[in-house]
Write a protein that binds this ligand. Structure first.
Ligand code: SF4
Ligand code: SF4
Length: 425
């Protein structure tokens, strides 16, 4: 990434030396994992460019927008209703990160048995290497898993602008009321932050922007049903990850553009792996940038990942906000309807998730499921055992992986993935 952005990074308070180090590692990893792939669709050029400028031009866009009065809101979870943020002409960016950083500082603040995703967010803050955290006018923490909600108590002392959203854990009528009340409170907080009243017209526009992006992703997912797979799982994951940072309208256009190309590839019988290559579905914890380790291991072992049952994937994008009425209250209700259906493992019980995994495996013709659990993530680890038993009882083999962001277990994981593929064959 170009050093022309150094002044901006300095202004944001980044540690330039540490940040350079991060960009170097990110760039090397990207080259090794993504650019070495064969038969990549040409449309991936756009996503390569976004990634190369994820700390550069994209941050400049946000900072320039702030100079014109537009606010930036950061979030760690797909329960934060983006429609409300867009309705106030603000930008929502994902703050989850997929790499260890400043681990010695993090260990002084969080218990060692905290999941890598939470530790990573703290590491990026403490190591002063994340321009998204530093440029955010508001950071939304949500009460989901125990690790996140308790860590926000500490994060509140590190950032000046933390807003905590309470969320239910049970899908009861009272739970739904809590979500509706919290979305209303969030709407008011966004109005106060931006100085913009969220009218029906504005909210309709916010809903449309986010729905359009979801529809583009749904189109991409459907194309992954084809055999041979027209796009690798790694590239599809990358597109899912970029969705959390990029301008949503530009992103939507770029996804449709690559979908046009993928349709042509399917017609021509062209794919990223030979027809009949083993097809796998991922299910479990979200994979934030630059967490590409396990899909990379899987695809470099000759399989192709055809879907992600994950928040950086279909759990995060499933269902549109369906029209319910033209006034603000009806639209807020419609927004709650959509988010209420998210089947995150923090809910108890959470039977929809099992149904979705089965459905996705059937739709995409997956021969097996890789359950991806981050070490110390209790919600997904707890669900993984019963899920494995149920799927296997229906002849859908599962490989349960528990890992973190380090590269120490790469060889061991590769051996397990290869054995799983052999067993499927
Ligand atoms: S896994 Fe649950 S807590 Fe994590 S981002 Fe997804 S919805 Fe939010
Ligand atoms: S991966 Fe698990 S433990 Fe970590 S933040 Fe998400 S739900 Fe919480």
């Amino acid at each position: 990434m170009a050093s022309e952005h150094e002044a901006m990074w300095q202004e944001l308070g980044l540690d330039l030396a540490a940040h350079d180090q991060l960009l170097q590692v990110l760039g090397d990893g990207y080259g090794q994992i993504f650019l070495s792939q064969q038969q990549r669709p040409e449309g991936m050029e756009y996503f390569n460019f976004v990634m190369s400028e994820v700390h550069g031009l994209r941050i400049k866009e946000l900072v320039d927008g702030q100079a014109e009065g537009k606010k930036v809101i950061g979030s760690f979870c797909v329960f934060v209703p983006e429609e409300i943020v867009r309705a106030a002409d603000a930008t929502l960016v994902g703050l989850c990160t997929g790499a260890d950083f400043a681990t010695d500082l993090v260990d002084q603040m969080l218990p060692r048995n905290t999941c890598a995703l939470i530790k990573s967010a703290f590491g990026f803050k403490l190591g002063k290497v994340c321009p998204y955290i530093e440029s955010a006018d508001m950071i939304v923490g949500e009460n989901t898993c125990d690790g996140k909600k308790k860590s926000y108590e500490t994060l509140g002392g590190l950032v000046p602008n933390l807003y905590v959203m309470d969320l239910p854990q049970v899908k009861s009528e009272q739970g739904r009321q809590l979500m509706a009340a919290e979305f209303q409170r969030f709407k008011e907080a966004v109005e106060e932050l931006t100085g913009i009243e969220i009218t029906a017209e504005r909210l309709a526009k916010g809903i449309k922007i986010v729905n359009d992006r979801r529809e583009a992703m749904h189109r991409l997912y459907k194309l992954r049903v084809a055999d041979p797979a027209p796009i690798s799982g790694l590239d599809a994951l990358l597109i899912n990850q970029v969705a959390f940072y990029d301008d949503p309208v530009r992103f939507t256009e770029s996804v449709h553009k690559i979908c046009d190309e993928l349709e042509e590839r399917i017609k021509a019988g062209q794919g990223v792996a030979p027809k009949g290559a083993p097809r796998l579905l991922f299910s479990g914890c979200p994979m934030a940038v630059p967490n590409w380790k396990v899909p990379w291991i899987v695809e470099s072992s000759g399989a192709v990942v055809v879907g992600e049952e994950s928040c950086v994937g279909e759990r995060g994008t499933r269902n549109l906000v369906e029209p319910k009425g033209d006034d603000v209250d009806s639209m807020m209700e419609a927004i709650v309807d959509r988010y209420w259906k998210i089947d995150c493992a923090v809910f108890t019980p959470n039977p929809e998730r099992e149904e979705h995994v089965k459905q996705m495996a059937a739709d995409y013709g997956a021969q097996g499921v890789i359950h991806y659990g981050l070490q110390f993530c209790q919600p997904y680890q707890m669900e993984s055992l019963p899920l494995e038993k149920k799927l296997e009882s229906q002849d859908l083999p599962v490989l349960r992986i528990e890992t973190d962001y380090s590269m120490e277990d790469v060889e061991q994981l590769k051996t397990r993935v290869e054995a799983f593929l052999e067993m499927l064959a």
